[in-house]
Design a protein around this ligand. Structure first.
Ligand code: HDD
Length: 684
């Protein structure tokens, strides 16, 4: 059993178990194991005298505390992780020899860390940003890391520009403002002067950058990788994670408010879901292109600012990942986990994408500083589940005790072991791609189209999604002080779509584009979130209940919601128990003060005969807020009178009881599942 009281289900968990320490019920000791008799008063020369150096317990406790922090990640500092398992649906033997993709009976342990990119470790989680989606597969051939994002393209095409991109987006160096936000001059100056970012910016300003939940966003490997089968034949491959709950987002006003009301919104959602058994599930999909088709597309398959439209190159669903266990200790696991796109297994290889090539250097380098030396692979969370042997020795914090005289290769004293493995024995052999050329510092001509897919993205958006993008541009550029930068960005995006650029120009008071426009008419319906799955599961409803509510009706509705997997939390003006007219008792989870409308997917005004005017006003505030964020609203009995007058008409997604509770419950579930009701008469 692990410390969550669950059965050890996989070999990674068993391995971690050896490192778990349970302190409860034990005597306090020093790190040397000496029992400590006093932990509140340091050793002093006399009751009111100075503390003595001799107090080794004080010194040890204080020194450890003084050294408790490590450098946060330079990017993706704010993150949250969970354990799980991956299973393939069918053997992928035809395409790759990777062992973990062969046998549907095998469950491969995984550890997934989600993150924001720009903010510091303590920043709010619902900010506008890319989300990291990094998966470590503990396979029997070694660790395989798929270090992706929730957006399938990237800002730049060559890793050498990464420090510039990050310097531009991070808080500005002279005053360290703003935190976890791209809405400032240096970021937009970078964008305007590095126009390869155009496509990524369209995603960054879309709803994808404010996900409702880590459980409701896609993941992408971004780069083109290679699958190699046991005959040495290769395919180009792009990886996709598809959440079974569909792809859903917050609205911007809501996202900003949540950042204050609950800066931990996304980690809380993930943690609570796993604790309550609502395990997040993502299917793994691959897009495959045969090597001989490398040059048959109107984009370069090596260009990380391009997608492979799903309608042209279908996503083949090959397996699923279930996240089913929270960490025991955030520092030991989530903070110390070290991902690296270069952690591969036989059957998975790289391509010459210049962004990927540069990443292959950066990730080890950063861990050396962050985790304090070259032995970070020995930390429990980073250890592969298969044995590892080589001649690397020593360094800070070395834990393994390598026995024997020999630590070099080749040797005769240890019969030339550890010995390299042949390909047949599972040795990794790099794909023998033929390369030739002059050493140049240039970008391929085939990487120079920065706008076609940005336009395709715009073309693929629904009306509300377009309004959100215009709103996001207006917000972000509205925070930029330099008129010149604002103008440059508007001019740049006139290459994507003139109406978009003109609407933004109007909103921020710069000159609308005189020329520009795009003749690209292509769309990719898969890009619109309006085409995603809609399900009621795990949607959270705030049920506002006052004294003397209709017990039978409320119980019926709550029961119907729960039966659909909807989570019900009760809100009132005070904690404790609310009583119904018929004696039904309901425990109140939150007050108007401790919760907020933005923390729920829907509001149910359940009524209560004896509520004060203040109660009604507070309920109306919750309802109004939910309405303006396009959320489902349900009301029964007195609850109907809490709705502001304007909402009583025929508003989409506002469900009022008319005597038939079963029908009410059914319609309300439907309205909640729909996620948002964009056809309401409010500013989108
Ligand atoms: Fe990166 C972390 C994803 C480009 C350099 N990156 C990091 C993490 C994710 C990504 C998810 C957090 C891992 C974790 O949870 O610990 N990065 C990406 C994607 C990219 C990308 C999808 C483009 C396709 N990254 C990228 C480039 C460079 C880096 C071009 C540098 C050349 N990334 C890093 C890093 C980080 C990192 C500085 C910071 C912490 C870490 O590695 O472990 O090395």
């Amino acid at each position: 059993m692990n410390s969550n009281g669950k059965k050890n289900e996989n070999n990674k968990d068993e391995q971690l178990e050896q490192f778990r320490v349970r302190d409860e019920g034990k005597k306090l000791t020093t790190n040397q194991g000496l029992k400590v008799s006093e932990d509140e008063f340091s050793l002093k020369a006399g009751e009111r005298g100075p503390t003595l150096m001799e107090d080794f317990h004080f010194r040890e406790k204080m020194t450890h505390f003084d050294h408790e922090r490590i450098p946060e990640r330079i990017v993706h500092a704010r993150g949250f992780a969970a354990h799980g398992e991956f299973e393939v649906y069918e053997s992928m033997k035809k395409y790759t020899k990777a062992k973990f993709l062969q046998d549907p009976a095998v469950k491969t342990p995984v550890f997934v860390r989600f993150s924001t990119v720009a903010g510091s470790r303590g920043s709010a989680e619902t900010v506008r940003d890319v989300r990291g989606f990094a998966t470590k597969f503990y396979t029997e051939e070694g660790n395989y890391d798929l270090v992706g994002n929730n957006i399938p393209v990237f800002f730049i095409q060559d890793a050498i520009k990464f420090p510039d991109l990050i310097h531009a987006v991070k808080p500005e160096p002279h005053n360290e403002i703003p935190q976890a936000a791209s809405a400032h001059d240096t970021f937009w100056d970078f964008v305007a002067n590095n126009q390869e970012s155009a496509h990524m910016i369209m995603w960054h300003l879309s709803d994808r950058a404010i996900p409702r939940s880590f459980r409701m966003m896609e993941g992408f490997g971004v780069h083109t990788f290679r699958f190699v089968n046991d005959e040495g034949k290769a395919h180009f491959v792009k990886f996709h994670w598809k959440p079974v709950l569909g792809v859903h987002s917050l609205v911007w006003d809501e996202a900003q408010k949540i950042a204050g009301k609950d800066p931990d919104f996304h980690r809380r959602d993930l943690w609570d879901s796993i604790e309550s058994g609502n395990y997040p599930v993502y299917e793994l999909g691959v897009q495959l292109i045969a090597e001989e088709d490398e040059f048959t597309f109107d984009f370069d398959v090596l260009d990380p600012t391009k997608i492979w439209p799903e309608e042209d190159i279908p996503v083949k669903i090959i397996g699923k990942m279930t996240l089913n266990r929270n960490v025991d200790n955030v520092f030991a696991e989530t903070e110390q986990v070290a991902f690296h796109p270069g952690h591969v297994v036989p059957g998975i290889d790289f391509t010459n994408d210049p962004l990927l090539q540069g990443r292959l250097f950066s990730y080890t380098d950063t861990q050396l500083l962050r985790l304090g030396g070259p032995n970070f692979h020995e930390l429990p969370i980073n250890r592969p589940v298969c044995p590892f042997h080589n001649n690397q020795r020593d360094g800070f914090g070395r834990q393994t005790i390598n026995v024997g005289q020999v630590s070099y290769h080749k040797n005769s004293l240890a019969a030339n072991t550890p010995a390299p493995a042949s390909e047949e024995e599972g040795g990794y052999v790099h794909y023998q791609e033929k390369v030739e050329g002059r050493k140049v510092q240039r970008r391929s001509e085939s990487f120079k189209d920065h706008f076609s897919q940005a336009t395709m993205f715009w073309n693929s958006m629904s009306e509300p999604e377009r309004e959100h993008i215009i709103g996001a541009f207006s917000f972000e550029l509205g925070k930029v002080k330099s008129k010149s930068v604002q103008q440059q960005v508007v001019d740049m995006f006139s290459n994507v779509n003139v109406e978009l650029a003109s609407a933004v120009a109007l909103s921020i008071g710069v000159t609308p584009p005189k020329e520009g426009g795009s003749n690209i008419t292509k769309t990719s319906p898969a890009l619109s979130q309006l085409n995603t799955k809609i399900l009621p599961n795990t949607r959270k409803v705030g049920v506002i209940i006052g004294p003397n509510f209709n017990g039978e009706d409320v119980a019926k509705v709550c029961h119907a919601l729960k039966a659909e997997g909807i989570i019900v939390e009760v809100i009132s003006d005070k904690l404790g128990i609310q009583k119904g007219l018929d004696g039904t008792e309901i425990i109140v989870d939150h007050t108007f003060l401790t919760s907020d409308s933005v923390l729920f997917d829907a509001i149910y005004a359940a009524g209560g005969k004896d509520v004060s005017q203040k109660f009604k006003e507070q309920a109306a505030y919750f309802i109004n807020e939910a309405f303006s964020h396009f959320k489902a609203i349900g009301a029964t009995s007195e609850g109907i009178s809490w709705l502001p007058k304007g909402l009583l008409g025929d508003s989409p997604g506002v469900i009022l009881e008319d005597g038939n509770m079963n029908k009410f419950a059914q319609d309300f579930v439907q309205a909640i599942s729909s996620h948002r009701h964009w056809n309401r008469d409010v500013v989108k």
